[in-house]
Write a protein of this length. Structure first.
Ligand SMILES: Nc1nc2c(ncn2[C@@H]2O[C@H](COP(=O)(O)OP(=O)(O)OP(=O)(O)O)[C@@H](O)[C@H]2O)c(=O)[nH]1
Ligand SMILES: [Mg+2]
Ligand SMILES: [Zn+2]
Length: 321
């Protein structure tokens, strides 16, 4: 039996068109479209594909569409309209155009762990820049609080990031600490969870909704550099909203190819005031005389780890240019 689908010519009435969200990658030419927690497998109306449109790049996870369901087969449908994107979260690929991770997010949760793997402020800063490039609000999650023997890790992290305007939330999938706050932060919003491999992204989401059944990895495997999670798709939250788990970006460096080194300082909240404010108008805050940013660092007004992140990233971006 062939699948019965609406013909290309069929013009649905506005009442037949539903608002939906592309929640994953296409399979066999069909996109999973979510609406009210239900998934409809949709083809793209052919006439959306005008000359020069790259079929594979046209839709991304998170795109908002208008679609209608096949009357004979309601689990299948056709996408008739794609709404404009409000944001794109991408990772840079040197020498290639940035790769879309997910679009139209309300927020991005950056998950780091107290230990296993070791907390890296530099990696956290990289993810913050990724979110800033996409103009998406970040929420910093410090997971595995149960592994924090002296109980100071969360306060230390908050002391650096809260004054910059970032929200920092501590969690433990092991003890349940912070999970109610995490759920509240996700409710009714479209979010993505990013962060290094092994930080516990998939575990946290499974804890919120065991029906997700996201694959997680034993800590001993993490050193091998595998990523347990491979694709990003949006999952419906029982509390309302959608969340995308993403693979940890461990070795792939997502920033070169995304921004030029000269613009890096604009993505550091505390360095922004110094853009154009030093003795040299185009000061890169590395070794130039009369650098106001370095003066602020020496005065303890800028966290050393943040300045170090800036310098490391600057060199890396320069080298990739
Ligand atoms: N002690 C402790 N272990 C945790 C916690 N959360 C996750 N883990 C463990 O950390 C390991 C890695 O968790 P995952 O959820 O697979 O990590 P991930 O961030 O999804 O990793 P990728 O998918 O590779 O990016 C698993 O063995 C989890 O059981 C926590 O709060 N405390
Ligand atoms: Mg995972
Ligand atoms: Zn300077």
């Amino acid at each position: 039996m062939s699948r019965r689908r609406p013909s290309e010519e069929y013009e649905p009435s506005p009442r037949e068109l539903l608002d939906g969200l592309v929640v994953g990658s296409p399979r066999g030419g069909e996109y999973p479209v979510g609406a009210a927690g239900e998934i409809t497998l949709c083809r793209l109306r052919k006439r959306l594909m005008t000359a020069g449109v790259d079929r594979l790049q046209y839709l991304a996870t998170g795109d908002r569409v208008r679609f209608f369901r096949s009357p004979e087969e309601p689990e299948r449908g056709r996408i008739d309209e794609v709404l404009p994107r409000t944001s794109e979260l991408s990772r840079g690929r040197p020498g290639k155009p940035p790769q879309l991770i997910v679009v139209n997010l309300d927020q991005v949760l950056i998950v780091a762990a107290v230990a296993e793997p070791d907390l890296s402020l530099h990696r956290l800063d990289r993810f913050l820049i990724l979110a800033d490039c996409a103009e998406i609000e970040p929420l910093i999650i410090l997971n595995k609080l149960d592994l924090d023997d002296d109980g100071t890790a969360l306060a230390e992290l908050a002391a650096i990031y809260e004054p910059l305007g970032y929200r920092v939330l501590g969690t433990s999938a092991e003890t349940g600490e912070g999970l109610a706050e995490l759920q509240a932060a996700l409710t009714g919003r479209v979010s993505a969870v990013v962060g290094v491999s092994g930080a516990g992204k998939s575990t946290l989401l499974n804890t919120l909704d065991p029906s997700f059944e996201l694959a997680t990895q034993e800590v001993m495997d993490i050193g091998k550099g595998r990523h347990t999670t491979t694709a990003s798709s949006l999952l419906p939250l029982a509390c309302g909203g959608w969340v995308a788990d993403t693979p940890g970006i461990k070795t792939v460096s997502p920033l070169p190819g995304l921004i030029p080194a000269d613009e890096l300082a604009e993505h550091f909240v505390e360095l922004e005031p110094f853009v154009g404010a030093c003795q040299f108008n185009n000061c890169t805050h590395r070794a130039e005389p009369g650098c106001q940013a370095r003066a602020a660092l020496a005065a303890g007004e800028i966290a050393a780890s943040r300045f170090d992140s800036y310098l490391r990233l600057f060199e890396e971006l320069r080298a990739a240019e």
